[in-house]
Design a protein around this ligand. Structure first.
Ligand code: PLP
Length: 405
């Protein structure tokens, strides 16, 4: 990994050494089932309870409001399907945004097939949902509003406090997918008041295959997995003790110097953005300069196939994504960029670089240098770019590159 440059932290983060150390003994000596009434079982139960407190602390939640799941996707599915089923008699209308992760969007499609109606709110050019549009979309039969805390592709941070308030004014529950935000920026379920929040261990230095759903005390939610009495009878299945312990440790570590880390990573990101905009022609920053996750830098290049660029960078030992890791290989331009108003041909030229605290300026220098080389080479193969250079066609594209042509 030494010569590799990893700039894909939104896809997954490296598991922190302390996290691995905290997990190891739960694969070997301390293998007990947390439901067993003897020492090994009780040790495992205590370890899970400690992790629950570590996660809860980062959200100002009570430990009994945290329910462990198999991943962020499961937490999103449970929140949506569980709230829809529990609220079915009160109404069948759900509101979400057009830039959610597929864990939410495809669950909404599933609910539509089950007789629920879903409104997909548009976003502005920076990927932000309007509180006013939400107010207009809310109806008497709206039972749930689900808007992500921060977007996984372009990093835009949503006005969760106002959105939650608007939902509550009309008696709807408010869920937020905080998978990209938890552990990176300060969050609290008290201010703003959210009813349901999902997160995933592997996005903040923990292991893959574990997540959690915060469920505010008293919020009605149908169970999703039926079976034994684990997780206070709400999520059956023997607990994944080692991974839960790892996620708890990752949450504890994330809390240490979180704001300082966010500032450091944000400065690196700003340096990257500055260099990219200055040195690469027809390079657009997606989303806003300020209102974004500290590590996220998302770009579009005109006359480039983003997946070809990502493959070339991969061959250089640079790990990056097109729009998101989950849509890689689908051949479809990002639904997020399209929702932000970008034309398909520009959305197809997207590159997401997501930084972590271990990245350095020297790495950024190398990455910008390689991107500049590849972009120039790929454009030299593009007949559309040649036509553009000769001033014949595609001039309209310039309006997407204010101050950078
Ligand atoms: N929600 C968002 C915003 C994500 O970015 C992701 C993963 O990329 C998920 C949900 C799914 O999480 P998991 O990979 O743990 O299933």
């Amino acid at each position: 990994m030494n010569s590799q440059i990893y700039m894909d932290h939104a896809a997954t983060t490296p598991v922190r050494r302390e996290v691995v150390n905290a997990m190891l003994s739960f694969f070997t000596d301390r293998f007990g089932n947390p439901s067993s009434p003897y020492r090994e079982g009780m040790e495992a139960r205590q370890a899970i309870d400690r992790a629950r407190s570590q996660v809860a602390e980062l959200l100002d939640a009570s430990p009994e409001e945290i329910y462990f799941t198999g991943c962020g996707t499961e937490a999103d599915n449970w929140a949506l399907v569980g709230a829809a089923e529990a609220g079915r008699r009160r109404g069948r209308h759900i509101i979400t945004s057009s830039v959610e992760h597929h864990a939410v969007l495809n669950t909404c499609r599933y609910l539509e097939q089950r007789g629920f109606r879903v409104t997909y709110l548009p976003v502005d050019g920076e990927g932000v949902v309007s509180v006013e549009y939400l107010r207009r979309a809310l109806r008497r039969d709206t039972i749930l509003v689900s808007i992500m805390t921060a977007n996984n592709e372009v990093g835009s941070i949503q006005p969760i406090a106002q959105l939650a308030e608007a939902a509550h004014e009309r008696g709807a529950l408010f869920h937020t997918d905080a998978v990209q935000a938890f552990g990176h920026i300060p969050l609290s379920v008290e201010e703003p008041q959210v009813d349901l929040l999902s997160a995933s261990g592997h996005k903040f230095g923990g292991p893959k295959g574990v997540g959690f759903l915060y469920i505010r005390n008293g919020v009605p939610l149908e169970s999703f997995l039926h079976g034994g009495g684990q997780e206070r009878g709400r999520r059956a299945g023997t607990e994944n003790v080692a991974e839960i312990v790892g996620m708890g440790e990752a949450a504890r570590l994330s809390a240490i110097r979180m704001e300082e880390r966010a500032v450091h990573v944000g400065q690196l990101r700003n340096y990257l953005i500055r260099r990219m905009r200055r040195e690469i022609p027809l390079c657009r920053l997606n989303g806003s300069q300020e209102n974004r996750l500290p590590g996220n830098a998302s770009f579009c290049f005109a006359f480039i196939d983003g997946s070809a660029l990502v493959r070339r960078l991969g061959a250089d030992g640079i790990c990056a994504s097109g729009a998101s890791a989950c849509t890689a290989g689908s051949g479809q331009p990002s639904h997020v960029l399209l929702a932000m108003g970008l034309p398909g041909e520009l959305a197809a030229g997207s590159l997401r670089l997501t930084l972590g605290e271990e990245n350095t300026r020297a790495q950024i220098d190398r990455v910008v240098e390689r991107i500049a080389v590849h972009v120039a080479e790929l454009r030299s193969l593009s007949s559309a770019y040649e036509e553009f250079r000769q001033g014949r066609v595609h001039r309209g594209i310039l309006r997407y590159f204010p101050g950078n042509g």
